[in-house]
Design a protein around this ligand. Structure first.
Ligand code: ZN
Length: 104
């Protein structure tokens, strides 16, 4: 699983870079602590989370109906909180118009 620690880093080769780093981090020197081992994505285990909203009733009480993006994606039920926020964000990003070349 990739982690933040595997991101390539540009080496610090000049005195100006060193001064900029010290200005940014408040003059701290020494080695940084290792990056936390974080999973970039955790799978939700809530029953019915992410199921298509084919009826007006949520699969589990309290679930939030998130409409699809403007390109016609169907609505889905998500558990409140993190899953709802992720789904709404994904729908908003998908609604961003594409560039003529096909990119976003
Ligand atoms: Zn969920």
């Amino acid at each position: 699983m990739p982690s933040r620690a595997q991101r390539p880093r540009i080496p610090e080769v000049s005195e100006a870079q060193r001064r900029a780093r010290l200005a940014w981090n408040g003059g701290k020197v020494g080695k940084t602590r290792p990056a936390a081992a974080m999973t970039p994505f955790e799978v939700c285990t809530a029953d019915g989370c992410g199921s298509p909203a084919t009826t007006g009733q949520p699969p589990t009480p309290g679930m939030v109906k998130v409409i699809g993006s403007k390109d016609g994606a169907p609505a889905h039920w998500f558990c409140p909180g993190r899953c709802t926020v992720l789904a709404r964000t994904r729908a908003e990003l998908r609604a961003v118009p594409r560039r003529p070349g096909g990119g976003r």
